[in-house]
Design a protein around this ligand. Structure first.
Ligand SMILES: Nc1ncnc2c1ncn2[C@@H]1O[C@H](COP(=O)(O)OP(=O)(O)O)[C@@H](O)[C@H]1O
Ligand SMILES: [Mg+2]
Length: 225
């Protein structure tokens, strides 16, 4: 029978796992890159990565889930394809880097699938979560930065639409609310910022929140000289 799993979260003792979440055009790629550059300049070993698609198999899964050529997909198929990407990403990229004591910065992670496939597509969030947590071994970021943006602003920041970006405004509004709800439920592990602020101000506020967490990652950087 289908019994709810107890998701308490696994936080690795080594390394620092930082995640960027938020709507389309909210500045995730911009801020994850700025944070990676800043931490590298401070001497940390940083693995900047993203979902979906930053593994060999993941790149193929990304093409399927995002290419407009794919057309209609069953909602459950979509959940499973994203979950497969996550499983591959966590096993082959995220966990090995964290175990080496590195800083892993990911542009999107589990919250994206909860927001888009759960709240957006209207699937039961608990079920989507079960799949996503199983796929990732319930590995959690030490910090998730949510860049909160009104979808009308975010989608207006760029042109061209993949399968998800092309979804309705209503879909994106539900996803936005879902990111905020996830953050509100666990403030110790989240930082929510208004994505309309200028990028240097956002970068400074993110660095301020990340700085006290860095102690856990310095050992490896020092060990490597
Ligand atoms: N704080 C900001 N204010 C205004 N525009 C921004 C800001 N951050 C990023 N942008 C611009 O918005 C667009 C989307 O940013 P991006 O980082 O690609 O967002 P995401 O990865 O969340 O989709 C890019 O053209 C980027 O240069
Ligand atoms: Mg991006």
């Amino acid at each position: 029978m289908f019994t709810e799993m107890d998701f308490t979260g696994t936080y690795l003792p080594q390394g620092l796992f930082v995640c960027f979440e938020g709507g389309e055009g909210s500045g995730k790629s911009t801020q994850s890159r700025l944070l990676a550059e800043r931490l590298e300049s401070l001497g940390h070993v940083v693995r900047l990565t993203f979902e979906p698609g930053d593994t060999r198999v993941g790149a193929e899964l990304r093409r399927i889930v995002l290419s407009p050529e794919t057309g209609q997909l069953s909602d459950r198929t979509e959940v499973l394809l994203y979950a497969a990407d996550k499983a591959e990403h966590v096993d082959t990229v995220v966990v090995p880097a964290l175990e080496r004591g590195e800083v892993v910065i990911t542009d999107r992670y589990v919250d994206t699938t909860l927001a888009y496939q759960g709240a957006g597509r209207g699937l039961a969030i608990g079920e989507v979560e079960e799949v996503a947590r199983w796929a990732t071994g319930d590995l959690r970021p030490h910090l998730t930065v949510v860049l909160d943006v009104d979808p009308r602003d975010g989608l207006g920041r760029f042109e061209g639409r993949d399968r998800i970006e092309a979804e309705s405004l209503d879909f994106h509004q539900r996803a936005r609310q879902s990111f905020l709800d996830l953050a509100a439920a666990d403030p110790d592990h989240y930082l929510v910022l208004d994505a309309r602020a200028d990028r240097d101000e956002l970068a400074a506020r993110i660095l301020e929140r990340v700085t006290p967490l860095l102690a856990r990652a310095t050992a490896a950087a020092e060990a490597r000289g």
